[in-house]
Design a protein around this ligand. Sequence first.
Ligand code: AMP
Length: 223
Amino acid sequence: MAEAPIVLILFGPPGCGKGTQGKRLAANLGIPTISTGDILRKAVRQGTELGREAKGYMDQGQLVPDDLMLGLIDERLAAEDARRGFILDGFPRTVAQADGLTRVLKEKDFEIRAVTNLVVERELLIERITARRVCSTCGATYNVRTLPPPPEGECGDPSVGCAGENVLQRKDDRAETVERRLDVYEASTAPLKAYYGGRGLLRDVDGQGTPEQVFERLQAAVA
Ligand code: AMP
């Protein structure tokens, strides 16, 4: 008999480690991580209609409207590689998105296994986000304090086979936008803790410590 698909939601504020942990979990479970932020950034780079519509919101640290996000997720979850399950990073971010996701999952006859809430203090979130640097080609992430990018801004991450592009600070990772993103998270996204908590799906995970320590806790929470 085929195994039941795994659906996991990585939840938590910007900078809590969803991207880093999502990559590890995906490698471990053999299912893709679907990061709506990554999909939007690619659309912006490629100048697609979605990218043009989303860019202004993203640069301001605001949420992209729900109808655009639901269209995007509908399409992405229909892809072949999502048949055996997926890990969501950065979606849902509003109650309307969570309701939309519930509908899509019902159509597919998929169930959410867990919603992991990575808990990190605000001060540390700000420190992590402003220190973050990202390779604009392969998406590899660095931290100017704990994992400095290779010299001259060239990404040479052999594990992703990136030929070497500029490693940059995301526009919305600059200090002036970070506070707004954290406020938007508290106002629009944090209420989802009650949404999923009420369904018995929320698992708080201590998101502070080394990536290895957090990954161990995360694995225990989704087992
Ligand atoms: P992230 O990489 O998840 O921090 O997302 C970067 C930016 O993309 C956010 O600040 C939003 O502007 C936009 N974004 C990503 N995911 C969503 C979502 N589910 N709903 C609305 N906006 C989103």
